[in-house]
Design a protein around this ligand. Sequence first.
Ligand SMILES: Nc1nc2c(c(=O)[nH]1)N[C@H]1C(S)=C(S)[C@@H](COP(=O)(O)OP(=O)(O)OC[C@H]3O[C@@H](n4cnc5c(N)ncnc54)[C@H](O)[C@@H]3O)O[C@H]1N2
Ligand code: MOO
Length: 636
Amino acid sequence: MKRRFYLNKMDIEAGVELFFSKLEEYFRNDEKEVIDVRESSGRVTAEPIFANENVPSYNSSAMDGVAVISKHTYGATESSPKILELEKDFEYINTGYPINKPYDAVIMIENIEIIDDTKIKIRNSVFPYKDVRKVGEDICKGEMLFPRYHTLTENDISFLLMAGVFKIPVLRELNVLLIPTGNEIVKPEEKTEEFQIPETNSAMIKNFIEKYNASVDVHSILPDDLEVLKKTIEENIEKYDLILLNAGSSAGSKDFTFHAVNELGKVIVHGLNIKPGKPAILGIVKDKPVIGLPGFPVSCNIILEDIVKPLILNKTKEEVYYDNEIIEGVSGKRIHSSITEKEYLRVGVGKVEDRYVAIPLKRGAANISAVSKQDGVVYIEKGIEVLEDGEEINIHLKRSKEIVDNNILVIGSHDLLIDLLADYIKRYDKNINIVSANVGSIGGIMAIAKGYAHMAGMHLLDPESGEYNISYIEEYIDEYTLMNLSYREQGFIVQKGNPKGIKTFSDLTKDGVRYINRQKTAGTRILLDYHLEKEGISPDRIHGYSDEEYSHVNLALKIKKDMADVGLGIKAAANIYDLDFVPVAHERYDLLIHPSFIDDPRFKLIQEIIGSEEFKRDAEKLGGYLLKDTGNFIKE
Ligand SMILES: Nc1nc2c(c(=O)[nH]1)N[C@H]1C(S)=C(S)[C@@H](COP(=O)(O)OP(=O)(O)OC[C@H]3O[C@@H](n4cnc5c(N)ncnc54)[C@H](O)[C@@H]3O)O[C@H]1N2
Ligand code: MOO
């Protein structure tokens, strides 16, 4: 068994610098190919390109009118016009016609008076080349059109064709070989067993890389076998410019990437002080880069963005026009980070009252959903232990600012109707996205109080009054607007057929019943605690009381997977996993609206949508929703 731990872990900037310094010769070596100019959009010139033609290639009229000899017009004024004679002083021409000697200027048709078939009157003189596009005005034959390493655009193509350039030397596209490895990895369509991992990274990697001047061949999946891995690299290293291995980059007993690269060539960097992405391997075999990408998709994505992309661009010299903007904002949440690693935190972003707020998405290296949902990335530098909520940060946008400006932040207790609303909104205005985060009902109140959200969903029962939400909100906010979204049926989500026979709260204490709870700030948790107290049931008697999930859907999934027997949640979540449901109560679920959002046209749109019969019909289909007050204000 070959195990190996990381070489000295390095900061990513230092690691890239060291690796690239060993690849100087590789970067310098250009290979060219000659292609048709019409096919050259996005490609990079390999040499300076010179014009073969003058543009325009002759003196041409820029206007419809008459060609004149400028000298013959001198002296013409408003009070003493001049008469010009056809073929002696002028000729009729149109835009684009050649202007040949003795003619040297143009007068627009609007500025002449026709006297008869052969004579015109003018009241202004013109200087030489007035309204004439002179030969070579745009470009002269022999002039340099582009230097080397210019990335060509569609406009460049028409320019080149006009200048008589039809074939063009460009840098050859990079050939990349991607080798997926792992005994447990199978093609996504061929997954039959739960423990098998669908090979999804290569499709992501290929599509990522092929945005640049590179094409990717994906090798068949290799087993965890050092000799097979080495043989495959050896056979292909001459044919390709870059080999990527995925995964086997960390310290497991079957992680062979390090050994394969180091035995065939040399590993320059293994291990980076970043999170995710730590186990990346940067090596060189036969003067070509060979990179070991970490297996988890988020880690893999970071190494692609921050190492593979710059490597490709260094090699292909491509300029990337769309660079991501960096904006200033605040963190909408307190985050603990690592002091030894730079963390790449994916965030959703919205603008609340002229201030950008970044809401952290899921943080694990395997949570690809965060990459799909991200509006931007916040780098928490090494050495920073805590990012406070409200702290000023730079947000590196991954979507355009226009899109982010339109985002609606809905933070608090999540509900499936928020997802339904998100879909409805897109039908009315494709540029509006709902960015939602589940921080529980109390978290939602705090988010509105601090200006971190446009709306917050909540369902907080006040055990004393039996009322919902208001007493909690008034602890933090004096003036507020609260609108009802629905009444939801809360109950026990249980396995199909309710094998443990759960009907009441006291049933939760029965032997062999495993409960799954919600987090402390969740309204459902408060509902549970309310009933336990009312019935005099001590939480210690419930097995699993301290196991928490962060959403109704995750809670239902735990029950589906037989990791628990029962949890309190909404009927719609039980329906998703075809579980049984024992109703307990109807609870009121309201939306608290940030004051700056009330007059926003996007809020008007939301009111219109949730008030519509169509929306209510679709909501009812989810199950367990009462919509009698939907859209009504509880407090304005
Ligand atoms: N003892 C230690 N264990 C681990 C460490 C460590 O420092 N010490 N680092 C962890 C970190 S951080 C990461 S990231 C992972 C990376 O591991 P590998 O690059 O060796 O990847 P594998 O173990 O082969 O696979 C892990 C995981 O990645 C997914 N995967 C892999 N290939 C694909 C693919 N082609 N398509 C989709 N997904 C793929 C899959 O979920 C694998 O289970 O190591 C930690 N361990
Ligand atoms: O570096 Mo790993 O990519 O954090 O999970």
